[in-house]
Write a protein that binds this ligand. Sequence first.
Ligand SMILES: Cc1cc2nc3c(=O)[nH]c(=O)nc-3n(C[C@H](O)[C@H](O)[C@H](O)COP(=O)(O)OP(=O)(O)OC[C@H]3O[C@@H](n4cnc5c(N)ncnc54)[C@H](O)[C@@H]3O)c2cc1C
Ligand code: FES
Length: 276
Amino acid sequence: MKIINKKIINDVGGVKIIQLDIASGDIASKALAGQFVMLMVNDKGERIPLTLVNTDKSRGTVSLIFQEAGFTTQSLGKLNSGDALYSLVGPLGHPTEIKRYGRVILVGGGVGIAEILPVARALKGAGNHITTILGSRNKELLILETELKSASDQIYIMTDDGSYGRKGFTTDMLKELLSKDKYDLIYSVGPIPMMKRVVLVSREYNTKILVSLNALMVDATGMCGCCRVSVFGEVKFSCVDGPDFDGAGVDWEELEKRNKVYSVQEKHICNLFSAS
Ligand SMILES: Cc1cc2nc3c(=O)[nH]c(=O)nc-3n(C[C@H](O)[C@H](O)[C@H](O)COP(=O)(O)OP(=O)(O)OC[C@H]3O[C@@H](n4cnc5c(N)ncnc54)[C@H](O)[C@@H]3O)c2cc1C
Ligand code: FES
């Protein structure tokens, strides 16, 4: 699991978004859009899930794009080309259902933009008309615009402060598009507050919505129950039943609460290691 290439996509205010290309012919040969890997940076660390953003079967590599969020992603960000991961397991999770839906809107926010890229490419390849809405706080934080442009028929950029594209939220543009035209599917990945609002808009316009959930995961094989989410009142495990779910049925409040359950411990670990 050697890192072949490292690219810093963004470094704004010390928070980096990084791409790592990693040698793994086995994962590259099997991975499909919407699937993810579990990795460990070293033998003492936790496992974290990251989406398979790109796979190159001929080179036998997979690409991961991650934001330095806390201790493990910061440790991962310290590795360089030539270093090796302690472990990398995948592909995991159900692939996104790729078929000819017709007119599809993809909504990506923050680092979720990286996660919609493989789905955009696969849905375009299946003959769908792709409209992509990307959202970020400002121009500097926007990632993968060129890549998503080439996977889309139309693309709209929204920034909170209006420094690029249009000022406003992804949901403002989504509302505008749905009020003018009929679409067959919305697919969204991003921060929970954004996905929650995307679902509300989809309900208003009676449009099918799929979301990829970032539930906390420990083993990612359906054994521990850490990633459980409620969808239409039924308990589902994000790692083996998802990560894609019908957004209309997700209990967002429960997911938000569960994702914060270890925040005190995570902060403690970060402080401990930055002090040492
Ligand atoms: C299926 C899936 C795919 C993902 N793909 C990507 C991706 O492509 N790029 C990316 O940057 N991030 C992705 N994530 C989120 C990524 O796993 C977390 O950012 C990472 O685990 C944070 O670990 P940390 O120790 O650096 O931060 P922490 O200090 O643990 O937490 C920082 C933030 O990340 C959230 N988080 C922590 N641990 C997890 C976990 N195990 N699973 C989910 N969220 C967590 C916390 O709620 C908190 O908001 C994905 C999550 C899932 C479930
Ligand atoms: S992460 Fe343990 S059951 Fe899903």
